[in-house]
Design a protein around this ligand. Sequence first.
Ligand code: ADP
Ligand code: MG
Length: 673
Amino acid sequence: MDRLLQNVQYLKGVGPQRSKLLAKMNIHSIFDLLWHFPRTYIDRSVLQPTHQLVTGDQAAIIGTVLTTRSSRSRRGMTIISAAIESQGITIQAVWFNQPFMTDILKNGRKIWLSGKVRNVLPPEIHVSEYEMLESEESVPGIVPVYHTTEGISQKMWRSLLERVLKTYLGDYPEILDQSQRQHYELCTIQEALANIHFPTEGSAYQQARRRLAFEELLLFQLRLRSLAVEDNKLTGLVHKEKDDLVQKIRGGLSYQLTPAQERVIAEIFNDMESPWIMNRLLQGDVGAGKTVVAALAMVKAVSSGYQAAFMVPTEILALQHGQALTNILYGSGVKLELLTGSTSAAERSRILELTHRGEIDILVGTHALIQEGVAFKKLGLAVIDEQHRFGVRQRAALLAKGDHPDTLIMTATPIPRTLALTAYGNLEMSVIDQLPPGRIPVKTKSLPYKARLQAYNFVKQEIIKGRQAYVVCPLVEESENVDLQAAVNLHDELRTGIFKEYEIGLLHGRLRSDEKEEIMNRFKVGDIKVLVTTTVVEVGVDIANASVMLIEHAERFGLSQLHQLRGRVGRSDLQSYCILLADPHTEESRQRLRAMETSNDGFYLAQQDLIIRGPGDFWGVRQHGLDQLKIADLTKDLQLAEKARQCSREIDPLSLSKYVHARFPMVEGTAMN
Ligand code: ADP
Ligand code: MG
């Protein structure tokens, strides 16, 4: 290892001059050099016959430089144009803004180049990659191309890395033993480093990339862990059950937990029993059954002598969870109360008093939970549902209601912040990767506005069959009032029109709590057939007999939001439908609608969202540490990241600290802030 940390200056062929150039690129040691991976590769064995060039295609050729000339465009750009003889044909090769090319393009020299064919009569190529060749015979097939700086040629990079690999590869420490490599399906680190720089074929490159992305994510995790150990921040409560309440409640459920639910419950319980703080993210697609998992965790906390808080983003959800939990807890003696923004003042002060005295075991509520005046006697577990609806501060505020309580945060959408947290924090992740049995995937269809009548007729057919429907109003503007007006208008249109013989309800955020509750209850018992609603139903609402959702102006919603909304149907063994009314104007919204039609998988859709919107949008600001990832790509490597996190637990973070620090010298602090 120490040999790897030697300064590059002592490498043959480097010296003080070049080592300065390398230092500017943040390459100080042999180790850094090995982690300077190619930017791309060129396959020089694939060449276009010069007489068959096609305008607009990418092409690669080998030829001889005849003449070179330099000119300036009107905008002041330097244009270098060289006549290249290749297979008896003369081609104009053009470089923009690279004045130094005149020194490189010596007449009579052999050159390999690739780029876009701009013209064929006569042929002209705008060069994107090139390479001066010694002789045609010496041309290997696939060669690496490195990020570089003036003064270090590609040839030099290659010979440098060839030399380093030859001399130092054997010194490079292998972190994973044979069985770990087998388990995670990884090649050795030596193979990976050799193949990333000089791959012999596509599959060798893929193997190498996978191992090195894993290695990088693993080191990153170890870095975070070492910080956590250094800071000694992790000590928390130990939940130790005093009775068999959990078993009783689990046994009283009206269904069998899925293996995935059992697994995540075991993970959560394990954390709760350990002396470390639990900081766990529970991911599970909409309808996967996260609520019952949270319920059992809260019961465990209560059985261990602590209180639990359950914070949710909307009042409707608070009401619903309150009811669901009351059912689950029926007869157990566990005391549960509901606190929301519309709880009356008298009721509120009664609840606060009891909470403070420790006489309420589980407090379910909205943002009202984190307001001043709410104090727990001994908060042992904080659960946050639909965490993407909350800001970091709100989460922190809930935690501050206790003395290092364990935390469980739940989400159906691996949205950016979640990704970031996963990538950063000392945050553990549990995934419910399985839906309860009997669920039938929702059939989704996008229809243009000219088919609006047809769409509503379909909804009507479902109602005739005895089902119920949601009609979701467009999100018109940021303004709640405007949205509300749109909902009111749509409700009127439907109430007096196509659904005039049915009971139809209107739900929006501005209703009083008891009004919301009444409407939800009437929908639940089947009294209301069609629920016209704003996006307040987006999260969590659970009504099994609703089998169809129609979303107006679906093009205005993001992909994850559409998926969340759609999650309100398909919650039973009925075939359910989702109709997206939309006239998309952009390619992006067309892609979103297509993705909705083809997939029901929230994790897949979140990734598509990432791909469609591009990581730039997501990562916007510089995230500490993330920009130091060289090869792992969190838009693609999430699964690998999770495996690396698992694996990092099998390794003592301090044992590799030199190496970890060499790779990530500058990671600051841990997550969550
Ligand atoms: P989400 O993960 O979206 O929050 P919920 O917790 O609301 O999902 O669960 C969706 C529905 O599935 C609820 O009606 C719940 O009672 C039911 N459910 C949860 N787990 C199971 C299971 N193992 N078998 C059958 N139904 C289940
Ligand atoms: Mg939920």
